[in-house]
Design a protein around this ligand. Structure first.
Ligand SMILES: NC(=O)c1ccc[n+]([C@@H]2O[C@H](COP(=O)([O-])OP(=O)(O)OC[C@H]3O[C@@H](n4cnc5c(N)ncnc54)[C@H](O)[C@@H]3O)[C@@H](O)[C@H]2O)c1
Ligand SMILES: O=C(O)C[C@H](O)C(=O)O
Length: 347
């Protein structure tokens, strides 16, 4: 039986190496193609470009379709010269969105504006809600059966927006809509490994809840073999919850995490593709609809299968410290989901 406690994102796995493009870079065209079409929406952006590069290097994508309002012909021409499996097409502007999406198996969405210092992710709602709603409408028409991976912030609201649009068109499948919270897992593994003085390859941490501030809940009580002091526990939890702010501050007005997010997004997309190909026991954390808590959408470990989320695993026993954070944040997650749902219905 698959253990609910088995940690996510084992970075030492061959798949993780492929996600980084390293194995593909070594073996070039020898990687097996998944015969999959993957569309990246927002492909010319800070995340979109390196994410598309990693997907191209993975050799797992038969057709990489790049869509943005600007710049995609250039990005596509550039990437198409990489001698790895799969063709690349570029699509620019609203009139080319449907062609970009047509028959996609996986759609990865990093479209929308990023934060500047002093902003919360929710401050992006006014701009990004409409962008995500428009993309969802096009997906409902052009590729309703695809697996949708939402990166655009605020994830706690954009995933509910996307769901609500698909529901309105009668094509929603909760297994196939996933908010990408993999960067929280990457940060948790990195910071915990540093704290423990061990390799990140031997460190696994699940992160549950949402993707904004204190809704991000790393399960440090479940880290194998680790016992943190109260001071370290609080400091690590805070740093993982506010890792995004650390990058926003350091970039000083030039945006938020792009390179680490490209790594995390490509890793997660490749895991979804591997599950689609039939690889078994693929366990990752993602923000999906479930009834684990009173919040309609909640990040949790899941098993990925051919059609997206095959099984919601849940998160096991929490410490009192973690339970308190969870209890305090479920109302925030409910409110942020409702904000997204209301946006679709009153727009
Ligand atoms: N989920 C996460 O962990 C995570 C991590 C980092 C960033 N993000 C979010 O990802 C989003 C993108 O960040 P970025 O740094 O790449 O921003 P960016 O501004 O560099 O790129 C965004 C791209 O989206 C494009 N775009 C805007 N409207 C579009 C539309 N209607 N259709 C298609 N493309 C459109 C822009 O032209 C641009 O190329 C932001 O909302 C950011 O907050 C999420
Ligand atoms: O912090 C941000 O606004 C971007 C992203 O959500 C992150 O976690 O880095």
């Amino acid at each position: 039986m698959l253990s609910a406690m088995k940690p996510a994102l084992r970075v030492a796995s061959p798949l993780a190496t492929r996600a980084l493009g390293l194995e593909a870079a070594r073996s070039f065209s020898s990687s097996r193609s998944a015969q999959a079409k993957v569309t990246v929406v927002g492909a010319a952006g800070g995340i979109g470009q390196p994410l598309s590069l990693l997907l191209k290097l993975s050799g797992k994508v038969d057709h990489l379709s790049l869509y943005d309002l600007v710049g995609t012909p250039g990005v596509a021409a550039d990437l198409s010269h990489c001698n790895t499996n799969g063709k690349v097409t570029g699509h620019k502007g609203a009139s080319e969105l449907k062609a970009a999406l047509q028959d996609a198996d996986v759609v990865v969405i990093p479209a929308g504006v990023p934060r500047k210092p002093g902003m919360t992710r929710d401050d992006l709602f006014n701009t990004n809600a409409g962008i995500v709603k428009g993309i969802a409408e096009a997906c409902a028409e052009a590729c309703p059966k695809a697996r949708f991976l939402i990166i655009s912030n605020p994830v706690n609201s954009t995933v509910p927006i996307f769901a609500e649009v698909l529901k309105g068109r009668g094509v929603y499948d909760k297994k196939k809509l996933m908010g990408v919270t993999t960067l929280d897992v990457c940060r948790a593994q990195t910071f915990v490994a540093e704290n423990l003085g061990q390799s990140v390859n031997d460190t696994a941490v699940d992160v549950i809840g949402g993707h904004a501030g204190t809704t991000i809940l790393p399960l440090l009580s479940q880290v194998e073999g680790a016992k943190f002091s109260d001071k370290d526990l609080e400091a690590l939890t805070h740093r993982i919850q506010f890792g995004g702010d650390e990058v926003v501050k350091a970039k000083d007005g030039a945006g938020s995490a792009t390179l680490s997010m490209a790594h995390a997004g490509a890793y997660f997309a490749i895991r979804v593709l591997a599950a689609m190909e039939g690889e078994a026991d693929i366990r990752e954390c993602t923000f999906v609809e479930n009834d684990l808590t009173a919040a309609p959408y909640f990040a949790t470990p899941v098993i990925l299968g051919k059609d997206g989320v095959e099984k919601v695993l849940g998160f096991g026993k929490l410490s009192a410290f973690e339970q308190k954070i969870l209890d305090e944040n479920v109302p925030a997650l409910q409110a942020q989901a409702k904000k997204g749902v209301d946006f679709v219905h009153k727009a």
